[in-house]
Ligand binder design. Sequence first.
Ligand code: NAD
Length: 484
Amino acid sequence: MKQFLNFINGEFVATAKTFENRNPATNEVVGQVHEAGQAEVDAAVAAGRAALKGEWGKMSVVKRAELLHAVADEINRRFDDFLAAELADTGKPRSLASHIDIPRGAANFKIFADIVKNVPTESFQMTTPDGGTAISYGLRTPLGVVGVICPWNLPLLLMTWKVGPALACGNTVIVKPSEETPATATLLGEVMNAVGVPKGVYQVLHGFGPGSAGEFITKHPGVNGITFTGETRTGEAIMAAAAKGVRPVSFELGGKNAGIVFADADFDKAIAGITRSAFENCGQVCLGTERVYVQRPIFDKFVAALKEKAEGLKIGGPDMPGVGIGPLISAEHKQKVMGYYAKAKAEGATVVTGGGEPAMTGEYANGHFVQPTIWTGLPESASVIREEIFGPCCHIAPFDTEEEAVALANATDYGLATTVWTQDLGKAHRMAAAIEVGLCWINSWFLRDLRTAFGGAKASGIGREGGVHSLEFYTELRNVMVKL
Ligand code: NAD
């Protein structure tokens, strides 16, 4: 049986307390995860602090960037190992993980290495009161030891999205992968050693949130800042922990995103886009659209076409030929999603398609599969329209005017993302300005340029990551004033 060990100060460390790691497509136990306690957290913080004072802290940005390129190259060299690890942890279709999770996970190291190497800081010259001259310039220094708390939906990709810029900026990191997906973070420890990243720079501690590694990392006074992706409620707990010592946080939180389709949209492209935004990764994408609003003249046609797409998605494990939709991450999450499926019916939804569990056989008989589901006919107050479900489902409602679409999209505490489909350029730009989100896609969804800002408004996050924006969290900007 596979053992997932902690990675502390360049060594793989076992602990006495372990928990099971299951494959969500089969529900089979595939490994034992070694849970870190306070002692392991203390050791990792000490090693992270020591690394800041050692070779890593003194390394030039050019050398750091070279090492991070080597990390990316080594991930790509071991592509099949990373892919197998991610597939066993998540059960997602092989085609998805091999096109998104692993290549983008590797790319995150290169892009941030290049950004940090090339980005300038500000500089000003001024006349002083005595008639002389002074110049000031910005100097970026690392934040220190950064706690990186990760979710399970895109394990390697979302973890490296934080670790890449953190290391490029000269920090050390202590990663706490989700308890559901420990594998790729652990494997990355091997990569760090193979390419010669100094000890204590990248460390991994396994475990849960409260009363476990997650809480111990976020409460540790030797951790200088915390970057977190996960649920908004967890963000609140982490923010409370970070308040002690007024340590900064960077948060990518939940969403309840609206997809908006105008009657003038390219119909087939809109259907293809919303099929992805509602069902990709079995709906376990923070940017997904669980609320879809379609302009009335095309409403019936749209619902019928999306139903056809949903029913055409083949459900199964990573290697089933033509598979389009994998399992949910766990039995617990399946129970949550099925709870919402029941609630939708109880609250009076018309179930256009799905709403239940597919009949699975053979090795996938005990996997955590659910049917892709579409509802119509619910009032905006319904639970499945208000609360984040994180499953392969959406409610579709009609709208008449642009103003109504904006009001519907904004009627939520969340503000992560939206996708708008229209061929009217003016309308597209007006919608982008009016919808309260961090990310607005026009005639596309989840199309990313890693140089651009990523993050959520309202209850969907704090701060932005991506491109130079990552530097705002991962460095302290010092102003140096020189009187000449
Ligand atoms: P989660 O909040 O349950 O867990 C995330 C991580 O936090 C896990 O590693 C968990 O062990 C840890 N954790 C839990 N409680 C903690 C505590 N008190 N202290 C410290 N750590 C703690 O989220 P999840 O279920 O893994 O992921 C799904 C959620 O993530 C959804 O809400 C989704 O929208 C969100 N998400 C957001 C983005 C984004 O970019 N905005 C991206 C992906 C996922």
